[in-house]
Write a new protein. Structure first.
Length: 455
């Protein structure tokens, strides 16, 4: 059995194929919509139907070769009863399934929350039969190209079960915990329920995510960026699955996480580390010792290079009024006079609202404002953040996130909360503590836009 497991671990580190509802990998530029579509298919009812189809394909393949299955690392079962096998996949009562076809020399892996099967053949020509079965049942089989970029795939709270299984294995196998008392604690409901509750917390949301390469999960992490404090991103867990370690994969995963969290407003990074090899790893990424925490655990910190930007409020820099009005007019094509009137109201203290700007060497490269209503019919939902914009050359550097947090904190200090924001974007403002509230009709048309709230 140990020899079989070793062969399987070696196999899953090799190139793989994907049996998917989509005919090819989705380009990175479409990731936001892909996530929305995938979330649709991950609804339990739809996912159950997908798994039923996948199970039936595997059963058909079983007609040509012996099939051995293992659910959640349990004992292998040969040629399972078809009724039982389909029901098991349909009721979503498992975390992971591995299927081995020894004659065809094909290993297939399925995580409960995935819409695809990951296929590991010894030789690609062995996939001909599976390809024909997949096509006949509305699926596509395509090769996952090697060495593609690592992406961060956040895990929704209702799909956290598979993360906890992988998390406990990591803690035990990497000897982060060794005693039964610690195992009971980290596998127990009190610990997990606290973190799951924090996944719903705004701000300072706890995040859980997979590292994904070639459509395959290669590691995981959990972290929290404390926007209510100084922007510290505390990394609670970070690990690469054993078959994928080496070749700088850990470094690549951290850089993917760094880029992802930087866009979400992380100012710097902190974590606990004690094991010698882990300490070496984090130091190689630029982390430095920074004392101990309240539990006596060593703390390591990595600070980002200082941002070369200056963030200001218009009321503190009234000399920028004309330049700001002109800049916003150029971006949004709203009359410059309209911006000037709103800005004059702020500067003359007619309202408690303000305008927020990001400057690079004195030039405006990003900005937003607070007004009563951003041209929609829900006049009762106010005030509104408006005119959010970052120059294209300056995007993906945390500017919009910093401005949004700056505005929300400033308004809250004046007793103004919640804030609302009208947009056609989906998946962007959620990163900064905003929640979808409702659809609102635009003032000058029948079109509906998404209205968000920041509490």
């Amino acid at each position: 059995m140990e020899e079989l497991e070793a062969r399987i671990e070696q196999r899953i580190s090799q190139p793989c194929w994907i049996m998917d509802i989509l005919p090819m990998r989705v380009p990175a530029k479409n990731n936001a919509q892909y996530s929305a579509v995938e979330h649709y298919y991950r609804h339990p009812d739809r996912l159950s139907l997908l798994h039923q189809k996948q199970a039936e394909i595997l059963l058909k393949l079983n007609c040509y070769d012996k099939m051995s299955v293992s659910f959640d690392s349990s004992e292998w079962q040969d040629d399972p009863d078809p009724e039982w096998f389909v029901a098991k996949l349909k009721d979503l009562s498992f975390r992971n399934l591995r299927v081995l076809f020894p004659g065809l020399q094909i290993l297939i892996d399925l995580d409960r929350d995935d819409t695809w099967l990951t296929v590991y053949p010894d030789h690609p020509e062995q996939l001909d039969l599976l390809d024909r079965l997949a096509t006949a049942n509305g699926f596509f089989l395509w090769k996952a190209e090697p060495e593609t970029a690592i992406t961060v795939e956040e895990i929704p709270p209702d799909q956290i079960g598979s993360f906890w299984d992988a998390h406990l294995r990591y803690l035990i196998e990497d000897e982060i915990i060794t005693g039964q008392e610690d195992i009971d604690y980290f596998s127990g409901d009190p610990y997990r329920h606290i973190l799951e509750a924090h996944m719903e917390r705004v701000p300072d949301t706890q995040h859980m995510a997979w590292f994904v390469r070639n459509h395959v999960r290669i590691g995981a992490a959990s972290w929290c960026t404390f926007h209510s404090e100084d922007g510290k991103c505390f990394i609670l867990d970070f690990w690469v699955f054993p078959p994928f370690r080496g070749d700088q994969t850990g470094h690549q995963c951290f850089h993917a996480l760094e880029e992802y969290t930087w866009k979400g407003g992380a100012a710097y990074y902190a974590l606990n580390s004690q094991k010698e090899d882990s300490v070496r790893f984090w130091k190689s990424l630029g982390f430095a010792e920074a004392g101990t925490d309240e539990y006596g655990m060593p703390v390591f910190v990595k600070r980002q290079p200082l941002k070369p930007f200056t963030y200001v409020k218009l009321t503190d820099h009234p000399q920028l009024k004309n330049a700001a009005a002109r800049w916003f007019h150029e971006k949004w094509h709203v009359p410059e006079e309209a911006y000037l009137k709103c800005m004059d109201d702020c500067l003359n203290r007619v309202s408690d609202y303000d305008w927020y700007l990001c400057l690079d060497k004195g030039e405006i490269v990003g900005g937003l404002g607070i007004i009563d209503n951003d041209f929609h019919v829900r006049k009762d939902l106010r005030p509104n953040v408006c005119a959010v914009y970052t120059e294209e050359a300056y995007r993906s550097q945390g500017i919009a996130g910093t401005l949004l947090w700056m505005a929300a904190a400033d308004m809250k200090s004046k007793g103004i909360s919640p804030l609302y924001l009208l947009t056609d974007l989906s998946g962007f403002y959620e990163r900064y503590g905003w929640e979808f509230y409702c659809l609102a009709q635009n003032e000058d048309s029948d079109e509906m836009s998404r209205l968000y709230i920041h509490r």
